[in-house]
Design a protein around this ligand. Structure first.
Ligand code: NAD
Ligand code: TYD
Length: 338
């Protein structure tokens, strides 16, 4: 079995690469990544010497390059993680999101069709459903919830999902899609809420909480997401969408307070800043379909996942120190002013 993992130098992709290499010693894993600001080859250090692992640098939007790679490697399965993934950056400049997330997906779908892969899996997001009101805790996203996007990021991911379904319906490409809630864990780029707050708190920098910090996200430990994708690519039904989430809703301010407590830092670091434009209020997944059809259940409790995550960032300070130079420093100054 040969699997193409795109975006495998990013947060979830790298966790998936390690998960698959460990679980399936006989699978060949090829990682295709453009190494954008969010991709980090150092994160893959632990895989580079594995004879079953190959890294290829390139863009999923480079149609000829993707075609040649598929022709050479004859993949059985494609799992597409590669994306521009940060909502705030999509608000600053949507165009690279359209290029990578939509055109890149189109290039992968086209090559998957041409070279007859047995499964194309699209890693999508619950953000394609838009948001839920804060005062209706009884409402959840199901696979039937209409697509109703808020940000350029979520719009580009929704467009990619629709393309995937079209390739299934029109060309019979064996496609599956997973729509997961917010992930946390090791190797997440420190522009996203949890690693951003850990890294800034360690430096005693202000912790920028958008609005009043009351927006709700449904947090899932990254390994549980990897398990879900593993189950879907092996046993999921072709043409289907699977929501992935663990009924673990938290207000942003709760998450930040939990982190400060664990790090032994003062809540005086919290700074309420201008709200994100179009800020989605609440995400909450109903995972009934994947649980009943495939037996998936989240295994990591939030307290344990957070402890593991914080420990990882404390033990891997060099990883974040390396990131904090260059583009990240510039982004950080632009967005947070320091
Ligand atoms: P990330 O930003 O950490 O990593 C993205 C990776 O894609 C990077 O390694 C980057 O170099 C690579 N990449 C970007 N453009 C590329 C291109 N043109 N060609 C090849 N590689 C390219 O993202 P992540 O958080 O790991 O998310 C992975 C996927 O999961 C994304 O598709 C995202 O939409 C989805 N997702 C993320 C979350 C989350 O909480 N992080 C939740 C649900 C779904
Ligand atoms: P983020 O990690 O960017 O994920 P997403 O927007 O895709 O859910 O943000 C998670 C939540 O945290 C979201 O409601 C926005 C909020 N947030 C802050 O309050 N401050 C910040 O600096 C960031 C990056 C996010």
């Amino acid at each position: 079995m040969k699997i193409l993992v795109t975006g495998g130098a990013g947060f979830i992709g790298v966790n998936f690469v390690y998960y698959m290499l460990e679980k399936y010693a006989d699978y060949d894993i090829v990682c295709l990544d453009a190494l954008t600001y969010a991709g980090n080859l150092k994160s893959l250090d632990g895989a580079m010497d594995n004879p079953k692992f190959t890294f290829v640098k390139g863009s999923i939007s480079d149609k000829d390059f993707v075609d040649k790679l598929f022709e050479k490697e004859k993949f059985d399965i494609v799992v597409n993680f590669a994306a521009e993934s940060h909502v705030d950056r999509s608000i600053e400049n949507p165009f690279i999101f359209l290029e990578t997330n939509i055109m890149g997906t189109a290039c992968l779908l086209e090559a998957s069709k041409k070279y007859g892969v047995s499964r194309y899996h699209q890693v999508s997001t619950d953000e394609v459903y838009g948001d839920l009101p804060l005062d209706r805790p009884d409402l959840f996203f199901t696979e039937e919830t209409p697509i109703h996007t808020s940000s350029p990021y979520s719009s580009s991911k929704a467009s990619a999902d629709l393309l995937c379904l079209a390739f299934n319906r029109t060309y019979g490409l064996p496609v599956t899609i997973s729509r997961c809630s917010n992930n946390y864990g090791p190797y997440q780029f420190p522009e996203k809420l949890i690693p951003l707050m850990i890294v800034r708190a360690q430096e005693n920098q202000s912790l920028p909480v958008y609005g009043e910090g009351l927006n709700v996200r449904d947090w899932l430990y990254v390994e549980d997401h990897c398990k879900a994708i593993d189950m879907i690519i092996h046993n999921g039904r072709v043409g289907e969408v699977y929501n992935v989430g663990g009924h673990n809703e938290k207000q942003n301010i709760e998450v930040v307070r939990t982190l400060l407590k664990a790090l032994g830092k003062s809540e005086s670091l919290i700074t309420y800043v201008k709200d994100r434009a179009g800020h989605d209020l609440r995400y909450a997944i109903d995972p009934t379909k994947i649980s009943t059809e495939l037996g998936w259940l989240p295994e990591t409790k939030f307290e344990d996942g957070m402890e593991r995550t914080i420990r990882w960032y404390l033990d891997n300070k060099q990883w974040t120190d390396d990131i904090k130079s260059g583009e990240y420093a510039e982004y950080s100054r632009r967005v947070y002013g320091d």
